[in-house]
Every structure is written in structure tokens, then in C-alpha cells.
Design a protein around this ligand. Structure first.
Ligand code: APR
Length: 248
């Protein structure tokens, strides 16, 4: 086991106020591709053309066809992995307080985490752009693109497109808990999309330690993180939880 996993286990085991920030990388081992990097969605799909609210409003059918349909297929088939389960275990052990996630796949809740702040919304629900009626995404047949509400209006996912505001409550609470935690654990995010990427900086500036888990370095690694545990989230979290259980 790497020395940094041991170090992270000691640090985490000694805290009862850890806040976690997660990104697409934590769900890669669940079969959901990341956005950036090798095999990332933005390699094939230009986000400025398909992931902005303007693009969706201009041509919802095109955005459903190219981006949202693929997301639905991946998320419908996905199950939590050891990283999601590990964070839920750390919550039960009284170490992790809250998970702030940029992901819309609902896998933290599926794994048992009970306090999850969804920064970019959740893909589990669609909302009619005409009447506001909500429908469960997994129950929608994809025979018609874009899918429509019984009133005839177009259904949109309850996720935040580029150009939309982060829900105020999510943003305010995230900043508050980031400024009060002992440790911020940052798992599987490239840390390039704001304001989510700013949360570890808030934590650091308020005196917290920042620990990253990622196979790659990120902009936080040199500037903000105390250290990077290099590796895949599922594998690292499995070892980390084993080590914390041994220490306690
Ligand atoms: N375990 C941990 N991390 C991984 C793994 C893995 N198995 N595989 C890849 N990663 C890392 C990559 O090295 C990268 O740093 O996960 C990160 C994924 O980065 P992004 O795809 O940019 O995902 P994220 O940071 O969540 O993106 C933020 O951008 O397009 C938007 O709205 C979208 O919420 C998303 C936001």
C-alpha cells in the first residue's frame, strides 16, 4: 500500500468533519465516461454546441439526440462502485459529513450517502418546459426525441447546462461547509469548472487540509492540495476504507 494511502487513512480517521467534492472520475468505474481527457464526452461532442442552455433552447431535439440520450443510456445501466460505497461507509463511521457532487447520476445516494449536495442537478428527473410537470427519467421511453409531456411540452433534464446558474441553496451551503470542514477530500474531478473547483480553495483558505484522489494531476495539485493519492477512485477508496477500519 502506498504511503500516501496510509497518510490519508490517518488524516481521515482523525476527523469527524470531512467534506467531499466529487466529479465525473468517481463514476468512471461505474461505466459512465468522464467529460474531459481520454475517452471523454467532450472529445466527441462540442460542449459549446450541445451543452449550453442556449443550444438546448434553440434545438432541444438535437441536444437530446446527440448528448442526453447517451447520458440516459449510461446512467440507466450504472451501479455505484467501491468509491461511492466507500464514501457512504465513511459517513456511517462519522468521518464524512457531506458530499458535494458535480455528477448528475445519483450514484452517491444509491450507495447510501445521505447528505449529498448536487451542484449540477440530477438526471433522475425531467421537467416539462411548458407546464412544469416532472417525470422520472428512467420511465421515459425514447421512442420520441425530444420526449414530450402529456401537455405536449418538451421535457428537459433537471441538470444545469452551461450558462445556467448553480442552485443558490447548493452554492451557499457548499461554501459554508467548505469553510468549516477539517479536511476536503477531492475525488475524480479535473477541477476546471467553476464555481465547484473553488470549494477546495475555500476549504484551504479556511485552514482545512485538502486531499485529492485522481489518476492525474489537476490544477489543484500544485496550488491547493496537501497531497494527491494517485490512482483510480474505486481502488484507492477500497484500500483507504480498509486501512481506516484497521486504525479505528
Ligand atoms: N478515478 C478517479 N478519477 C478519475 C478516474 C477514476 N477511475 N478516471 C478519470 N478520472 C479523473 C480524470 O483524471 C479527471 O481529472 O476524473 C476527472 C474527470 O474530469 P472531468 O471529465 O472534467 O469531470 P468533472 O471535473 O466532474 O467536470 C466538471 O464539467 O462539463 C462539465 O458539467 C460537467 O459536472 C461536469 C463538470
Amino acid at each position: 500500500m502506498s504511503d500516501l494511502i496510509k497518510q490519508a487513512a490517518v488524516d481521515l480517521a482523525g476527523s469527524d468533519n470531512v467534506v467531499v467534492l466529487t466529479g465525473a472520475g468517481i463514476s468512471v468505474e461505474s461505466g459512465i465516461p468522464p467529460f474531459r481527457g481520454k475517452g471523454g464526452v467532450w472529445e466527441r461532442v462540442d460542449p459549446m454546441e450541445y451543452a449550453t442552455i442556449d443550444a438546448f433552447m434553440r434545438d432541444p431535439g438535437r441536444v437530446w439526440d446527440v448528448l442526453v440520450r447517451e447520458m440516459k443510456n449510461c446512467i440507466d445501466r450504472s451501479r455505484p462502485n467501491d468509491a461511492h460505497y466507500g464514501l457512504a461507509t465513511l459517513e456511517k463511521m462519522g468521518i464524512v459529513k457531506t458530499v458535494i457532487t458535480q455528477n448528475v447520476d445519483g450514484l452517491h445516494q444509491a450507495a447510501g450517502s445521505t447528505d449529498v449536495i448536487e451542484f449540477h442537478g440530477n438526471f433522475a428527473w425531467l421537467r416539462c418546459m411548458e407546464c412544469g410537470q416532472r417525470e422520472e427519467t428512467r420511465k421515459i421511453a425514447m421512442a420520441e426525441i425530444p420526449p414530450r409531456c402529456s401537455c405536449g411540452g418538451i421535457l428537459r433534464p433537471e441538470v444545469i447546462f452551461f450558462g445556467e446558474q448553480i442552485p443558490t441553496a447548493a452554492l451557499m451551503r457548499s461554501e459554508q461547509i467548505a469553510s468549516r470542514c477539517d479536511i476536503m477530500l477531492v475525488v475524480g474531478t479535473s477541477a476546471v469548472v467553476q464555481p465547484a473547483a473553488y470549494m477546495p480553495v475555500v476549504a484551504k483558505n479556511s485552514g482545512a487540509r485538502v486531499i485529492e484522489i485522481n489518476p492525474e494531476r489537476t490544477p489543484l495539485t500544485a496550488s491547493t492540495s496537501d497531497y494527491l493519492v494517485q490512482g483510480k477512485a474505486g481502488k484507492v477508496m477500497r484500500k483507504l476504507v480498509e486501512e481506516i477500519e484497521r486504525l479505528r
